[in-house]
Design a protein around this ligand. Structure first.
Ligand SMILES: NC(=O)c1ccc[n+]([C@@H]2O[C@H](COP(=O)([O-])OP(=O)(O)OC[C@H]3O[C@@H](n4cnc5c(N)ncnc54)[C@H](O)[C@@H]3O)[C@@H](O)[C@H]2O)c1
Length: 352
């Protein structure tokens, strides 16, 4: 009876209507319920699945971050600043040296504010944080003894799957895997591994040291222990986590990307003189009228037009009839010209 109640309290339903549960005896031998819980959930496809996990809550102390770009370096900085030890992995030592330089520069900006009256304490803080970060260009060696592998590499399903598939064979049993993907299904990334119960999503926001939110994503196979470990890790980083289903765009991007695309379409539709529609007017309108800190075109340039296009291409391929995911000629043209936004010096606006 108690087990039944426990199972019931852990049922999580997604988009689908409430479902009646039928419990059957478990084929696997379970340790006492205190150590091993079961989680029943509706996945992307809405079907009911049982998953079991006998790995207890992992307290994440050592993190291996794969990908030392904008996001990976930012996450490494925050993790190291909050007392975690970090190994930052990328494809070459040169890239990693740049990542460390970036982290150092970012820490200097933090220290300028936080330790305005105590510059020596500020320098001590920087050295302490940097000491917590090791670098490696050998991912397999870097995951030999780690609590969490957090991936922040290029947004490409096959490359992410290949990486996790290889690391799954060498990482310790207890190690939790997580992806920082913005748009790919965590379920698909995890499918290249045999640790489906220890796999989830941790979606950070750019710039990581400034942005307080982390979306924690559980698939239909993620165990409750793994999900709790990821939530606790996010809190230990000083972030505010929200729980998400493994659905396209999770929460923030599911709302934000269609909004930015509609701003482009509004601009495309209204370029005649005296009509609404200049990108400057739309940006001003959303800042002053909706109270947003950036207008949609400024935000698109900041995120990267290539990234926005990549997300929209993936979603429109998945749901071609959905007008929210319709292609934009203007976005396609800018990307084809290599105008990706701030990072290339030009997008909707020009940057020096
Ligand atoms: N940029 C954002 O605003 C943002 C926000 C949230 C999530 N994300 C997601 O985070 C991930 C990384 O984005 P980013 O903006 O940091 O990209 P980035 O291009 O700045 O960095 C990616 C890094 O990964 C490295 N890399 C590529 N393949 C690798 C491999 N096999 N092994 C090790 N390193 C490898 C690259 O050398 C590069 O340094 C993507 O999945 C993206 O969707 C991005």
């Amino acid at each position: 009876k108690d087990e039944h109640r426990l199972l019931h309290s852990q049922v999580q339903c997604g988009y689908t209507k409430p479902q009646t549960l039928a419990f059957r005896p478990c084929a696997v031998e379970l340790p006492p319920m205190r150590l091993c819980t079961m989680r029943v959930s509706c996945g992307w496809e809405g079907g009911l699945r049982f998953s079991t996990s006998c790995v207890r809550n992992v307290v994440i102390k050592h993190v291996t971050i794969i990908g030392g770009g904008q996001m990976g370096a930012g996450i490494a900085q925050v993790a190291a600043s909050t007392g975690h030890t970090v190994t930052l992995v990328d494809t070459s030592e040169d890239i990693l040296k740049k990542s460390i330089k970036g982290i150092e520069g970012s820490l200097k900006r933090v220290v300028k504010k936080k330790f305005a009256d105590k510059p020596e304490a500020g320098e001590e803080f920087i050295q302490k944080v940097l000491k917590n970060v090791a670098i490696s260009s050998d991912a397999k060696a870097a995951v030999q003894s780690t609590d969490l592998v957090l991936e922040a590499i290029v947004e490409n399903l096959k490359i992410k799957q290949d990486l996790f598939g290889a690391l799954d064979k060498v990482a310790p049993e207890h190690t939790v895997f997580a992806s920082n993907t913005s748009s790919l299904p965590i379920t698909d990334i995890a499918s290249s591994t045999a640790r489906l119960d220890r796999f989830g999503g941790l979606h950070f926001f750019n710039p990581v040291p400034m942005m307080k939110l982390v979306e924690v994503i559980g698939t239909s196979s993620t165990s409750q222990e793994t999900f709790d470990s990821l939530l606790n890790f996010s809190k230990a980083l000083g972030k505010t986590p929200v729980s998400c289903k493994d659905t396209p765009g999770f929460i923030v991007n599911r709302l934000l990307v269609p909004y930015m695309m509609e701003a482009i379409r509004l601009h495309e539709r209204g370029s005649a003189p005296l009509c609404h529609g200049s990108k400057e007017d739309i940006d001003i309108a959303m800042k002053l009228g909706a109270g947003y800190p950036m207008g949609p075109f400024e935000l698109l340039d900041y995120v990267g037009l290539d990234t926005a296009k990549f997300i929209m291409d993936g979603w429109s391929a998945m749901d071609p009839g959905n007008p929210l995911f319709a292609q934009s000629e203007l976005l396609n043209k800018l990307v084809a010209e290599g105008k990706y936004g701030k990072k290339t010096g030009e997008g909707f606006y020009k940057y020096k």
